[in-house]
Design a protein around this ligand. Sequence first.
Ligand code: PHB
Length: 388
Amino acid sequence: MLRRSFVLGSVLAALMSGGAVAQDVVKIGLILPMTGPFASTGRQIEAAVKLYMAQHGTTAGGKKIELIVKDDTGVADVTRRLAQELVVNDKVTFLAGFGLTPTALATAPIATQAKVPQIVMAAGTSVITERSPFIVRTSFTLPQNTLPIADWAVRNGLKKVVTLVSDFGPGLDAEKTFTEVFTKGGGTVPEKLRVPLRNPDFAPFLQRAADAKPDALFVFVPSGAGSAVMKQFAERGLDKAGITLIGPGDVTDDDILNDMGDVALGTITSMHYSAAHNSPENKTYVAAFRKATNGMRPNFMSVGGWDGMHLIYQALAKTGGNTDGTALVNAMKGMQWMSPRGPISIDPETRDIVQNVYVRKVERVDGELYNVEFATFEAVRDPGKEKK
Ligand code: PHB
């Protein structure tokens, strides 16, 4: 009896101290949709994370970095179970990834309870960072990416715009930001269409949009869904009717843009990243990414993974390898660096990303379709939080 409680006691002590091995190895639990309808997000982020490690080595702050990739298929219940296992069994120092808003939200209480930093590399609903003091975001927010295109619509004399969004957090954020800015600028939004996230059929919604005869159709769909929208947009003749497609840049995602064909030409979007971003850092990034992935073009999700790894490496360097979650999050606050997307920083108050957002037009460049940037909104904070 005595002996048993002694053994139990030592196991508990070892668990609490993290164990001898855990002190030299820092584990990152990377949870992504690697299969299912959002697999392109997983593929892009995993490739960027691995590229970062290939280029920067596998030690940071004197610790050996070990990556554990888990596939949550984009389903929040699976994410929650995986996050729990990664914390309890693998004793990860960081939880990272999160391809969709519900998966990030499901993990927030675990990050808080375990005091493990949760690096959100993809999900974009404004409220996410408020759900745990251990969340730090390297992706984007929908209000942040929507504000510039709403401003563009006002300035370019658009009067009537129909909105069409996927019916979940980021879509509702996009709809709200666009409607507020556009109507304040004198525009009208006669229809606000919401399409189911899973297995969407865009055709009936696009028909309703066409019937309203707007100047433009504002669209938010998650990364990967843009091709279906574009195809239906053309099949219903919205392009021929002179309706411009606008929105945050998720709809003209670089991962699939080049296969959309001529119907995508002229689409105006605003976004934090384009593979065509003209900077030396981005040219190097795109070339290395293509080389490492057998020719894949990096999209806006990939840079969330790349910069998330930079954040983790720099935080460990700053703490001198101290893996205490609070110390690591404190080290991340206010950090700034040059990303392939341009200059970025972590707002010390909100732990959310501050970044340039670019207005772009789809054009054919050297035979391929690209989002060509033509205007810049500098150092944009998440407007979703400024209102509060
Ligand atoms: C999200 O779930 O927050 C999300 C997913 C895909 C996007 C944007 C936001 O393209």
